[in-house]
Design a protein around this ligand. Sequence first.
Ligand SMILES: Cc1cc2nc3c(=O)[nH]c(=O)nc-3n(C[C@H](O)[C@H](O)[C@H](O)COP(=O)(O)O)c2cc1C
Length: 184
Amino acid sequence: MITLIVGTNRPGSNTRKVARHVEEIYATLKVPLHVLDLAQLPPEIFSPSSYAEKPKSFLPFSDAILRSAGLHVVTPEYNGSVPGVLKYFIDMLKFPESFEKRPVCFTGLGAGIWGALRPVEQLQAIFGYRNAYVYPDRVFLPKINDLLDDAGRLKDPELLQRLKSQAEGFVDFVERLQKTRLRG
Ligand SMILES: Cc1cc2nc3c(=O)[nH]c(=O)nc-3n(C[C@H](O)[C@H](O)[C@H](O)COP(=O)(O)O)c2cc1C
């Protein structure tokens, strides 16, 4: 199973809209996918006591990471970086087993012209530090508000193709590293 992390909890986020395309692509590839939307995080996880003891309601999130053959993170750019909630989510996960030797892939989007290059590179540093296997083919979606139509769908078939190629390549990468077959 691949786990797709929707990297913000902002209501109505464009990240969720892009993540929906990524979900559909994995469905077409017949790859089992679990979606972790940070908008669904239980409020208790934000209590300072969570550093020492995780609330039971967080278990579905932390266990999904541990059960994943690979992780696909879709992140927006907030203040030249990753959303605080995404970094906090990472900080709440079990150390070191959550990311150790786990394949991970990044898609970024932003309102500006860099398409979340900064947060994606920051995530590569974080996951590299945590000994994850970083998939090198990244996708950036700049000026995201111009790329989506009124229904929240990406308008440019070339971008959809880029997301598809990324997912296909990532599935190969995961299958080789984990010596498993993901495609049904
Ligand atoms: C708190 C905050 C900070 C932001 N900072 C940046 C930024 O530094 N660079 C940028 O290109 N867009 C920035 N944006 C715009 C987001 O990239 C934009 O909202 C985009 O749609 C992706 O985020 P979303 O999933 O919240 O919609 C920011 C948005 C928010 C809410």
